[in-house]
Write a protein that binds this ligand. Structure first.
Ligand code: ADP
Ligand code: MG
Length: 323
């Protein structure tokens, strides 16, 4: 894009901050990064499009947080330590108040995790955000989706379903009361990426994924790539006080197990690792719950308390299904 004064000003004003972790950050043709010997470089990109990934009227500070949080969550799922981010932002116009709030949400979270924004791109068009995150993981030690073995336990962090219930409320499929809605929306817009947990799981988890598309769908990815099946017990899935009120309804259950936007980690581990994983709960202050078992075969089955399979409509978000 041709460099206009306003584009230059916009970048300087909102996005050019000293990059503590980089040899060279924003301002030149490339950023320069010093990668540690013996580490693999972990890289991931996520795009958020207005109307698809967030409601157009969303608070820009929340959006700045979320754009980075979903990428940090990918680092967490690989057991990687995030260091550097790139931000490609497409804007319908220049609104400095909006950009200031967006940058605040982004940089507050970046500082919390010692991540430097080292570059990006700025263009005009319908609102969309792409963040690329880079980090390091000891060579060969990354948590992959492909390592689950029959007999492994299936675990999840935190609790599942609140963010998707906020979306289902907005779409009129579920009705949350005002206090519950307020809290669920925070889970939707301010997910806490489980970065420390991911790193602590290196050497313990046999596979891992972060839950963005829905618990069943994301666990399904682990199964497909590991060549195994999974059985999840509905009664074991950790639910918040909000989700407990809605899990008995079809729409509520669908949101909880298939809705996504949780950004919790789902991982598998050998039963010998139970004690070590339990210890992580206190060390890291995060709930870890065993929800089922990896088995031979294919696919994810969800069992009710009567031991029978529970049917769920929709199995996670797919941008191109039905097109
Ligand atoms: P080029 O024309 O070489 O692509 P740009 O004018 O797009 O350079 O960008 C100038 C500098 O500003 C580069 O270092 C680029 O990485 C950085 N930059 C552009 N947009 C952003 C943004 N939204 N956030 C952070 N850095 C950005
Ligand atoms: Mg450019």
């Amino acid at each position: 894009m041709t460099q206009s004064n306003s584009e230059f000003d916009l970048i300087a004003r909102h996005f050019a901050r000293p990059a503590a972790n980089a040899v060279l950050g924003v301002g030149d043709d490339c950023a320069l990064l010093n990668v540690t010997n013996g580490m693999d470089l972990a890289v991931s990109t996520d795009t958020m499009v207005s109307g698809t990934h967030f409601f157009p009227e969303v608070d820009p500070e929340h959006l700045g947080h979320k754009a980075l949080a979903v990428n940090l969550s990918d680092m967490a799922a690989m057991g990687a330590m995030p260091y550097w981010a790139m931000l490609a932002i497409t804007l319908p116009g220049v609104d400095h108040a909006w950009l200031g709030a967006f940058a605040k949400g982004f940089f507050d979270l970046a500082e919390e995790f010692n991540v430097s924004l080292v570059g990006g791109d700025t263009t005009r068009g319908p609102l969309a955000l792409t963040v690329t995150i880079m980090g390091e993981v000891p060579a060969g030690a990354a948590l992959r989706r492909s390592g689950a073995k029959a007999g492994n336990d299936i675990w999840v962090s935190g609790h599942i379903g609140d963010a998707a219930l906020a979306v289902a409320h907005r779409n009129g499929r579920v009705k949350l009361d005002e206090a519950d809605h307020k809290e669920a929306v925070m889970h939707l817009y301010e997910p806490i990426p489980r970065v420390q947990l991911g790193q602590a799981l290196r050497g313990l988890a046999t596979s891992a994924i972060d839950i963005s598309d829905g618990l069943l769908a994301d666990l399904g990815h682990i199964c497909r790539l590991s060549g195994v099946g999974a059985t999840v017990e509905l009664s074991r899935i950790p639910l918040s006080g909000i989700a407990v009120k809605h899990v008995e309804t079809d729409a509520g259950l669908t949101a909880i197990v298939a809705g996504g936007d949780d950004y919790e980690l789902c991982f598998t581990a050998h039963p010998n690792s139970r004690e070590s994983i339990d210890d992580l709960q206190d060390m890291l202050g995060v709930h870890l719950t065993r929800i089922g078992q990896v088995r031979r075969g294919k696919g994810v089955s969800l069992l009710g308390s009567d031991g029978k399979a529970v049917k769920v409509d929709g199995r996670g978000y797919d941008h191109f299904s039905g097109t």
